[in-house]
Design a protein around this ligand. Structure first.
Ligand code: FES
Length: 110
């Protein structure tokens, strides 16, 4: 049975200014953090197509909520993980919070 998510400190808010993105490691996972309109969102950093690093992708959308994979251009909404172009394709998203002065992310089995 799943318990409450376990949040792990990954960055300081100052490390992720508006529209910025960065990759962090949480256990065995590589997670991409995105600042969208002042809110931090987290997705898997590994593109589901062929493993491209999503945190390095070009941002688009009105608030920067769309990231295009730098390898072949697949796009994902970092808020939902869903592809706006390819129905059914998505990247994993993770809960994020800012607490104790840190950005914290919860992933399974960190
Ligand atoms: S690896 Fe991301 S689009 Fe191909």
């Amino acid at each position: 049975m799943a318990g409450a998510p376990r949040f792990v400190k990954v960055a300081a808010p100052a490390d992720l200014p508006p529209r910025a993105a960065r990759a962090v490691r949480v256990g065995d996972r590589f997670v991409a953090l995105f600042n969208v309109d002042g809110a931090v969102h987290a997705t898997d950093n590994v593109c589901p197509h062929a493993g491209g690093p999503l945190a390095r992708g070009r941002r688009g959308g009105p608030c920067g909520e769309i990231v295009a994979c730098p390898w072949h251009g697949w796009r994902f909404n970092v808020r939902t993980g869903e592809s706006p172009d390819l129905p059914g394709e998505r990247v994993c998203t993770f809960p994020v919070r800012v607490a104790d002065g840190c950005i914290q992310v919860a992933v399974e089995n960190p």
